[in-house]
Design a protein around this ligand. Sequence first.
Ligand code: 5GP
Length: 120
Amino acid sequence: MAFDYDPQNIFARILRGEIPNKTVYENDHALAFEDIAPQAPVHVLVIPKGAYMSLDHFAMEATAEEQVGFMQAVAEVCKQINAEDGFRAIANTRDHGGQEVPHYHLHILAGQPLGKMLAI
Ligand code: 5GP
């Protein structure tokens, strides 16, 4: 499968500093920031700094260093939220997954019981 990354997507623009964000954590390979339309008391997005469209694109083509950096950002976010009570991590992917922004992002939702996993 070919991954055709659009450098004008909104998260690419956030990474370039063209659009402000509420940063939660940042390292060389990843940025974590608050979702603009939170769907839970805690709603953080973790994105890689590289040009990856989706979880599968990132898993297949990101370097080991990028993947470690991304997971370190996830760990830091988990330290900052009330992870003891639990949370949900979601990677919406392409059309069937309901992905709107074509830059890989992991939603981390927490702060209240989140109900069942799917409502189709
Ligand atoms: P998706 O549906 O692609 O998995 O999720 C995209 C998410 O990006 C949505 O939850 C949406 O609220 C968030 N989002 C879209 N535009 C912006 C923005 O400009 N800033 C921030 N912080 N979040 C955004």
